[in-house]
Design a protein around this ligand. Sequence first.
Ligand SMILES: Nc1ncnc2c1ncn2[C@@H]1O[C@H](COP(=O)(O)OP(=O)(O)OP(=O)(O)O)[C@@H](O)[C@H]1O
Ligand SMILES: [Mg+2]
Length: 228
Amino acid sequence: MKKERETICRAVNMRKTYWRGKVAVEALRGVTIQIRTNDYISIMGASGSGKSTLIHILSCLDTPTEGEYFLEDRLVSNYTDLELANARNKFFGFIFQSFSLLPRLTALDNVAMPLVYAGIGKNARLGRAREILAKIGLADRMSHRPNEMSGGECQRVAIARALVNDPKVIFADEPTGNLDSKTGAEIMEIFDRLVDDGNTVVMVTHDPNIAAHAKKIVRLKDGMIEHE
Ligand SMILES: Nc1ncnc2c1ncn2[C@@H]1O[C@H](COP(=O)(O)OP(=O)(O)OP(=O)(O)O)[C@@H](O)[C@H]1O
Ligand SMILES: [Mg+2]
């Protein structure tokens, strides 16, 4: 019998409304979605359809206005701020289109940074960061700063940083958006390998060729999931 994969998190009828003065922007209008272990999901949709809003909430960088969001069956709205920060650190890794590395830190220190917040000692932090960077093919770039690396290398450092805590879900918002197509394809090979190794990846992309790497495509339209 095939084993059911564990549900890591699930959103039920989630809405997000942003207020700009008196004008409401309904970025999400009732989204129900779950993420299970070893899922490989791409989220597509037109600009403004709510893709970033959705993964920001799923990764606990933001909170929904209405609806329920459960992390391992616990309602996130019941978390204290500290619990939320800890959950974000423990459960999720996040990769941005613009890499978002700290410019003054080396690749090694950028990757080790999340472990500072996890309260791990310096030697263990650097050891773990070295191990991940080596795995991702950057053993010879550890002491480089972001402006001393190519875009593809910076994105690999950002992936290493997202992996360093051994997260349950890796979220990526347009991870290849700032890269040429060859470098983008190399980044996608890394994601494919991570999923083959049992990791869970949820990524946003405009590019159908990138989306095709995923096992499941979720399309957003005007803040709702389109069902075909
Ligand atoms: N902080 C904010 N304040 C007000 N409105 C916002 C805010 N963030 C997003 N929005 C609005 O919410 C809607 C959804 O935005 P979101 O960033 O989720 O779209 P997206 O699908 O990621 O778009 P893109 O493909 O351009 O990145 C848009 O209409 C956007 O203008
Ligand atoms: Mg976006």
